[in-house]
Write a protein that binds this ligand. Structure first.
Ligand code: 3HC
Length: 516
């Protein structure tokens, strides 16, 4: 099944990007939109993207012209008759998609491949609209399609293996990495990504953290290429909502239950970048305009925070408490860091000082040690999520003066900072650990291998390390501890450490069975 010519039905953000990918790979592409204005806008999207590449020196004018010349406009499925593969990239409505498939059956060649780029609907349900469901396959690209390297090739129980093989081979010709998956809600990448993004939206709407801090926690704290709220805007809040609705229907649970703010923003027309605004505004360029940051990479050398009292949660808690020796190491590390910055630091709680800092871990827990040390009003918690990012925790008893002194301290230490409430997971962990949990659960379900999970998230979502690698790096024991604390704190089964994680942590092996 050689694919020599293709057609793309629907030239929105994804459709135009996919058409560009085909044309760049040398394939003639028919770009189809029924509405003339939508067709013109879709073709303009492609040429604008190519012009940007010329401006950045990535393409010559001649190459740009050749690529643009491979795209021919079309106004309906009948214009796809010459294509060996037709991919539909129309809005996520099953009825509409089934209608297009049925029309392709009537007007196209019976041996052409019909692909769907659906991100949320069942490929099986879409394929059932064809009299030849064996030729229907999912070909799921990621936004921005010209950049992201993953293509999920989704097979149904009826997909002809030769069709799946041809599409897999085509994805390779496009310079992408195909991963074959079966038809399950969200496939691999969306089933992991969307619940994490949804959780971030919920943290924002419940006032857990600010928009800027949530996004900074993901980029600076976890190392992801974009913050979750900026990424929701890129994907589109309506699309995200559609994926979540399907995930909720198939799997249930709080992780997949859309945060109401997603629906509210969508209803208000704030669908993200494509709608001119979502969580952020996009007044002119594609960059989010941000003004609400408590996150900062502190460049200036601000006021002296005075002498700092460092409280070790283990010592403050006394015998019998659950604090572990590595928590003491954390306090020692923080004390050295503060001293190295030339700031006077004491470990004696009764020494007069402006600020007491509890050296917390990702489980949090400021108030207990602060109160035990008799310093509740002038205590904050500090956790180094990375060597460059501090999570700063003020409790309801922390005085404004202590908070200001703590902000001066992190600035003097040259750390970027995000504010987090004193809840298990703080902010970085609250985003990260349930996300890792979802990945572990997917592996435990047998839907994807650890390698597939990491490939999907690195190639499809630009993660520098996949979730399995992140899990190995933080340590399985720490993941169990933080999830257990979140589960105990919220009572939500979506945070309970999964049995596979607990077993592997106890056995000292990774999820792949290798020693850690
Ligand atoms: N079209 C074409 N090229 C683009 C582009 C676009 N829309 N956006 C960025 N690029 C290119 C740039 O030209 C640049 O190319 P170069 O390296 O050859 O010069 C490269 O991508 C990097 O771009 P920038 O330097 O401008 O910006 P960043 O380094 O910040 O990267 C990003 C931008 C690639 C979008 C990066 O932030 C990223 O990987 N984000 C994560 C995106 C993601 O998770 N996507 C998946 C969403 S889920 C999905 O789509 C599935 C659906 O079903 C919901």
């Amino acid at each position: 099944m050689e694919i020599r010519a293709v057609a793309v039905i629907g030239l929105g953000t994804m459709g135009a990007g996919i058409a560009e990918v085909f044309a760049r790979a040398g394939l003639p592409v028919t770009g189809i939109e029924a509405d003339p204005a939508a067709l013109a806008a879709g073709l303009a999207r492609i040429t604008a993207s190519l012009d940007k590449a010329v401006a950045r020196g990535k393409l010559t004018q001649a190459e740009r012209d050749a690529i643009a010349g491979r795209v021919t406009p079309g106004s309906g499925p009948a214009d796809a008759a010459g294509a060996d593969l037709v991919i539909e990239v129309i809005p996520e409505q099953l009825g509409l998609k089934r209608q297009i498939i049925a029309e392709l059956d009537r007007s196209g060649r019976p041996d052409s491949i019909i692909a769907t780029n659906t991100s949320s609907l069942s490929v099986t349900a879409i394929a059932a609209a064809s009299a030849h469901p064996g030729r229907v396959v999912g070909m799921h690209f990621f936004n921005p399609a010209p950049v992201m390297r993953l293509v999920e090739v989704v097979t149904t129980v009826g997909t002809d293996p030769a069709v799946a093989a041809a599409v897999t081979e085509l994805a390779r010709r496009l310079g992408k990495t195909p991963v074959q998956v079966t038809d399950r809600a969200g496939f691999v990448a969306n089933a992991l990504l969307l619940p994490y993004l949804n959780h971030a939206a919920r943290l924002l709407e419940t006032g857990y953290a600010t928009r800027a801090d949530i996004d900074a926690a993901a980029t600076e704290g976890i190392g992801l290429p974009m913050g979750p709220l900026a990424l929701l805007d890129l994907i589109g809040l309506d699309t995200s909502l559609a994926v979540l609705d399907v995930l909720r229907h198939e799997f249930g649970g709080s992780r997949a239950t859309p945060a109401p703010i997603l629906r509210r923003l969508t209803d208000a027309g704030r669908t993200g970048r494509k709608g001119g605004g979502g969580f952020y505004d996009y007044p002119e360029r594609d960059a989010p305009a941000s003004a609400d940051s408590s996150f900062s990479a502190n460049a200036d050398r601000p006021a002296d925070p005075g002498t700092v009292t460092l409280i070790d949660p283990v010592a403050a808690a006394g015998p019998g408490d659950a604090a572990r020796p590595d928590h003491s190491e954390r306090a020692a590390d923080l004390a050295s860091l503060i001293a190295a910055a030339g700031i006077s630091v004491t470990r004696n709680p009764s020494h007069p000082s402006d600020l007491a800092v509890v050296a917390i871990g990702p489980q949090g827990g400021v108030l207990g040690p602060a109160t035990a040390a008799g310093r509740a009003a002038d205590s904050v918690g500090l956790h180094l999520a990375t060597p460059a990012l501090a999570e700063l925790v003020a409790t309801p008893l922390t005085s404004p003066g202590a908070l200001a002194a703590a902000q001066a301290l992190v600035a003097r230490l040259g750390l970027a900072v995000v504010r987090a409430p004193d809840r298990p997971g703080l902010l970085v962990g609250a985003l990260l650990y349930p996300h890792l949990r979802d990945a572990i659960t997917m592996v435990a379900d047998g839907y994807a291998s650890p390698a597939d999970v990491d490939a999907a998230m690195t190639l499809g979502c630009g993660y520098p390390r996949g979730p399995m690698r992140m899990l190995a790096d933080v340590g399985l024991g720490q993941a169990v501890d933080v999830l257990a604390a979140m589960h105990a704190g919220y009572g939500d089964p979506a945070f309970a450490p999964p049995p596979l994680l607990v077993e592997c942590a106890r056995a000292g092996i990774g999820l792949d069975g290798q020693p850690t």
